[in-house]
Design a protein around this ligand. Structure first.
Ligand code: HEM
Length: 405
């Protein structure tokens, strides 16, 4: 079946509904840093108080691949932020052979077969229930739904009882991540104390998986590597941090993008869902759920025409680098040329990417199955304020009202 591209419903310069909402989401999360970074019109620019900002996709990728010059350890890097809370061995603050060794050990948990099985087992029923409710005419709040799903998967992965990662814990985690600001490379002593207390609530329950040496979980695999209990439980915190908020923020944003651009209806009408993967990739490009990555310079290097010296902080503005085309275009699929830059590149490329993709496909698939039976629309939404990962606070999706704009 040939899919028609939605008619461009605007005159030059006019913003689409989708673009207007995306802008609101970004501004609500980062009212200071977002406009500041958007003002950077050059591929590389030193911004006082922030660091050297990189906005060009090729240069950004080159920084990620040059691990001799740029690291996740050192001044202004993620380790400065997270090591005091999570401990020193949680992947996102490691480098070199130790980092590669831990990734190798965890890799079997993230193969397409392993994540497919994990998602089927934990989310098969919830996806079916979501589709059935929407098809029956219920209105569903998608942020809470995505949160329940992410929680079920991550709990199984890190060996937590499913009831531990509940809404209350999500709110507690948001008080930790929400305090992170681009202009503050470190947490204050009080913030570290609070963050540790939140992580302790979480990891207390994962200790069993470590003690049992359960190979189907992250802490069990870390134990095999000889990492002690505290180190392994730090990684549990890191997986919950990296593997929930991004996904919970992305899923409702993607659904809003699809609805705002007319693609929800089009994909639902196509029995083969031809450009679904392209729509998901375009959604990831347009939203860039993890908008910025950080590195510290460890050896003098050149990024474009800017020379950076050891100790300098590099702010990789992925959300700007991903803006290689205006709008959301699953047919032209400009996202394809970016080689999943929204998941990073090189040694630290998102370990959970296959898991994220399996969850995204399942979630959107359930929604489209329902939309095939009954046209759906976003009935109401609210953006989230003061969060690290931009997103909606709530998105209600329900039956489309005939004749509504
Ligand atoms: C849409 C969802 C997601 C996005 C956009 C995303 C994005 C990213 C990005 C950009 C990085 C690299 C950061 C850097 O190089 O500084 C990363 C790393 C990572 N992600 Fe994801 N992520 C997502 C979902 C997940 C999930 C579901 C999990 C796990 C369950 C996960 C686990 C990780 C881990 C463990 C790392 C650190 C890898 C390392 O340092 O070696 N992510 N993610």
């Amino acid at each position: 079946m040939v899919i028609a591209r939605p008619a461009p419903s605007r005159v030059a310069g006019e913003r689409t509904t989708a673009a207007r909402w995306e802008e609101r989401v970004m501004r609500a999360a980062h009212p200071v840093a977002y406009p500041l970074l958007c003002g950077v019109r050059r591929p590389v620019l030193r911004v006082p108080g922030l660091g050297t900002v990189v906005t060009d996709a090729a240069l950004l990728r080159a920084v990620l691949l040059d691990t001799a010059a740029f690291a996740k350890q050192g001044p202004g890097s993620p380790s400065e932020l997270w090591t005091p809370v999570l401990g020193p061995r949680v992947l996102l603050n490691m480098e070199g052979a130790e980092h590669a060794g831990l990734r190798r050990r965890l890799a079997p948990l993230f193969t397409p077969a392993a994540v497919g099985e994990l998602v089927d087992r934990t989310l098969g029923e919830p996806f079916a229930a979501l589709g059935a409710r929407l098809a029956a005419g219920d209105t569903v709040e998608l942020v809470a739904e995505a949160r329940r799903h992410a929680s079920a998967v991550i709990s199984t992965l890190v060996g937590l009882p499913p009831e531990v990662v509940d809404d209350r814990l999500f709110r507690r985690i948001a008080t930790v991540t929400g305090a992170v600001r681009l202009s503050r490379p470190r947490m204050t002593t009080a913030q570290v104390r609070h963050a540790r207390a939140v992580m302790a609530e979480l990891t207390a329950h994962a200790a069993d998986a470590w003690r049992r040496g359960d190979r189907s979980t992250v802490p069990g695999r870390m134990r095999e590597l000889g990492l002690d209990e505290a180190e392994s439980l730090g990684a549990v915190g890191a997986f919950v941090l990296t593997g929930t908020e991004t996904l919970v923020a992305y899923l409702p944003r993607l659904v809003c993008l699809l609805a705002d651009s007319g693609w929800l209806e089009r994909l639902a009408a196509d029995p083969d869902r031809v450009p679904l993967d392209a729509a998901i990739a375009e959604g990831l490009r347009v939203t860039t759920p993890s908008p910025v990555m950080l590195r510290s310079t460890v050896r003098e290097a050149r990024i474009g025409d800017v020379v950076v010296r050891p100790g300098e902080r590099i702010v990789l503005a992925t959300f700007l680098a991903d803006r290689i085309a205006p709008g959301f275009d699953p047919v032209g699929n400009p996202a394809a040329s970016l080689r999943q830059l929204w998941f990073g590149a090189g040694a630290h490329f998102c370990l959970g990417a296959p898991l994220a993709m399996a969850q995204i496909r399942g979630f959107v698939g359930a929604l489209l199955d329902a939309a095939e039976q009954r046209p759906l629309a976003v009935r109401s939404r609210r953006v989230a304020r003061g969060v690290l990962i931009p997103g909606y606070r709530s998105v209600h999706v329900g039956p489309a009202v005939r004749g509504a704009a």
